[in-house]
Design a protein around this ligand. Structure first.
Ligand code: MBD
Ligand code: FE
Length: 290
């Protein structure tokens, strides 16, 4: 606080305090950094004032952040998961991609990346399977489709479809020592007709990891950790904006209350029975529009 007129420190909230913190930034700060941090400081200060945040409450938050940091490594991104359970990753996705989704001839809608993507998934041939570690309780899906251009409606040749999913035990390969390295991950290239196709598991609902700060938040907020069953996709081609998305099973019980708020109506699909293919009992024809 600044000194008041009779020379003693003011016990009142200095109305300039937040302004002073923002103005402490030096001239070498970039304009975007200045914009973002000014707004962040303003809102964090207003938040603390509004709830009259106590020292103990603030320190609980600090400990939660520290705990998330300690837990995180290349296999676990707890900071991202904390953001996910308070809707922040989904909000940022919405802000980033809303314009594209609003267009008349809209490309396929985006959805959040989530914490279990790996850059180094194997490149596989079309019509092969991403299942390396078989499961007793899973149904196999033949997923296939055409990647097309949203304006010309023409197929896109040589697009990469990168898919990943959790196994039926609710764990991604890097969370589970029983699964082969890169199990349930694969990158496919669209052929001369824009076609891709591969075999995967019918996705099943599962809880996000709740043994850390994200789980603590869910518990304190009296919320469940479940996500609706989903398959992650990144579809890319050098001439197009990359698409990060997820698709969801229309029959899922958690579509309305995803613990990370990622479901969009246009991303809900039907898995349909498939006859006459010994390799799969279900089919998902999923066209992708870039
Ligand atoms: C997941 O599997 C996921 O996809 C997201 C977005 C968050 C937590 C776990
Ligand atoms: Fe996921």
């Amino acid at each position: 606080a600044t000194a008041n007129t009779n020379g003693t420190a003011s016990h009142k909230f200095d109305p300039n305090f937040t302004h002073n913190v923002i103005e402490a930034m030096g001239p070498k700060t970039s304009p975007r950094m200045r914009e973002v941090m000014s707004c962040l400081i303003k809102h964090v200060h207003d938040f603390a004032r509004e709830v009259e945040l106590t020292v103990d409450e603030w320190m609980l938050g600090v400990e939660l952040l520290n705990e998330a940091g300690k837990m995180s490594d290349h296999k676990r991104n707890e900071g991202q998961l904390v953001c996910d359970v308070i809707g922040l990753e989904s909000l940022v996705d919405e802000i980033t991609f809303k314009k594209a989704a609003d267009a008349v001839d809209a490309p396929t809608a985006s959805a959040i990346l989530g914490p279990f993507f790996r850059h180094d998934a194997p490149v596989l041939e079309n019509e092969s399977s991403i299942i390396q570690t078989p499961v007793e309780d899973g149904e196999i899906v033949y997923m296939h489709g055409t990647v097309t251009d949203h304006k010309t409606k023409k197929p896109i040749v040589g697009a990469t479809v990168d898919a990943w999913q959790a196994s039926t035990n609710g764990l991604y390969e890097q969370q589970d020592d029983e699964q082969a390295e890169h199990n349930l991950r694969g990158k496919f290239k669209t052929d001369e007709n824009g076609h891709y196709g591969f075999y995967c598991l019918k996705p099943t609902p599962y809880p996000v990891p709740f043994d850390g700060p994200a789980g603590k938040i869910l518990q304190l907020l009296d919320r469940h950790p479940f996500r609706p069953a989903h398959i992650h996709l990144i579809v890319q081609h050098e001439n197009y904006k990359p698409l990060t998305t997820q698709i969801f099973n229309s029959q899922d019980e958690y579509l309305q209350n995803d613990s990370v708020f990622a479901v969009k109506d246009s991303l809900i699909v039907d898995f349909v029975p498939l006859n006459g293919n010994p390799k799969a009992s279900l089919e998902l024809n999923y066209p992708v529009i870039l």
